[in-house]
Design a protein around this ligand. Structure first.
Ligand code: CP3
Length: 351
């Protein structure tokens, strides 16, 4: 399968944009930058729009999801939009009882732990993804030449929420299950891979020009566990979209030791968190992989001179890679002053 001729990547809108050029290892006309969690609580216009609507409801109202996705693009002149949604939306659309509790994160009505729980997981249907396709279509109709990045949670990060039933620090539940009950674990991971893969495919087919897999909690794993019990499911998730030919980005936090293994699931670009300088990440990846990252979000709240010096270091280190898309090393903290983000974009474009 290929993308439709009217897809933004096919009809000339985004193929030569700075973001897509850099993702493909080329030299962009300006240094591309976007921010993970650029949509959301740091923006007053977001907080205003969200009054009276829960997080997951807002993701499933196509006009609202599109508007929230567009807000940071209008405000900051970033080089990409990231689709406003959540990694647990595929669960919700499949019919799993899940909500996002403000200030906490995803919480399930009932954790998924037994063979029966896993066998009873409902399948995510194509029809259920219709609000996602609609939201993406509305978004790209407004974006013009700015590419939309679609995303999904990697199976481990999604399964970590499913097994624990809520956010956790150490992810003991999933890490026990992968060793104590490897067959159950594999079945759960395959379900999560297919749900995330279908979610990603719906976004790309409807107009996303790139796709990022978030394995935010993979850093709680050693390399052996990642390679044996996690990477195969991430390969499976991405197998749902490889034929579409959009650039694929893989990101996790605390994953300095996992970078080559995470690249090995078959992606085009590696996201790097704030812990590892980009020149060292480039060395670990053999010098051939486009990189994305890695401004420390903590410095958004530091004096401008401190932040600017840090950003110039990140850009200099990123220059060692074949190409570099500037981003944070994790998401925008909710209390960030949005004027700082706008100023940061100007600085990055001026270097
Ligand atoms: O701008 C963007 O980056 C796009 C939107 C986006 C959201 N979630 C919106 C959101 C993306 C890419 C995600 C992915 C996501 N969701 C991840 C992976 C990325 C990461 O940050 O590591 C994870 C682990 C989740 C699960 C999740 N959803 C958490 C931990 C939370 C925070 C809970 C809280 O209130 O502190 C959410 C909720 C969420 N997802 C918000 C947003 C804007 C905040 C909800 C609100 O506005 O009340």
């Amino acid at each position: 399968m290929t993308l439709s001729p009217s897809h933004p990547l096919m009809d000339g809108r985004t193929a030569n944009s700075p973001l897509i050029t850099a993702y493909r290892g080329g030299t962009p006309s300006r240094r591309p930058v976007w921010f993970m969690r650029q949509a959301g609580r740091s923006l007053p216009e977001y907080r205003e729009l969200r009054v009276g609507t829960t997080m997951l409801e807002s993701c499933l109202k196509p006009e609202m999801a599109a508007e929230i996705t567009l807000q940071p693009v209008r405000r900051h002149d970033v080089d990409a939009a990231i689709f406003f949604s959540d990694i647990v939306i595929p669960l919700k659309l499949a019919g799993v009882g899940v909500d996002i509790v403000p200030g906490v994160g995803p919480v399930l009505d009932k954790p998924i732990r037994t063979a029966e729980d896993i066998a009873n997981l409902p399948e995510l249907t194509d029809e259920a993804l219709e609000p996602i396709r609609q939201a993406v279509a509305l978004t790209v109709a407004e974006l013009g030449s700015t590419p939309l990045i679609g995303f999904a949670g990697a199976p481990f990060t999604v399964a970590a929420y499913m097994v624990e039933g809520k956010p956790s620090r150490d992810h003991l539940g999933p890490r026990t299950m992968m060793h104590a009950e490897p067959e159950l674990w594999a079945a759960l991971m395959n379900w999560a891979a297919d749900a995330s893969g279908k979610f990603l495919r719906a976004q790309i087919e409807a107009g996303a020009s790139a796709a990022q897999l978030f394995d935010s909690w993979a850093g709680s794993l050693g390399l052996a566990d990642y390679s044996e019990h996690v990477a195969p499911a991430s390969v499976r998730a991405l197998d749902h979209v490889r034929d579409l030919g959009v650039p694929l980005i893989h990101f996790g936090t605390g994953t300095s030791e996992l970078l080559p293994a995470m690249y090995g699931v078959g992606v085009d670009v590696m996201g790097v968190d704030y812990r590892l300088p980009l020149d060292e990440a480039n060395r670990r990846l053999g010098g051939t992989v486009p990189l994305q990252g890695n401004i420390d979000p903590a410095l958004l709240n530091a004096p401008w001179e401190v932040l600017e010096a840090h950003v110039r270091e990140v850009v200099a280190a990123g220059a060692s890679a074949p190409s570099h898309v500037v981003n944070l090393g994790h998401g925008v903290p909710p209390e960030t002053d949005p004027a700082i983000l706008t100023r940061l974009v100007e600085l990055i474009h001026s270097i």
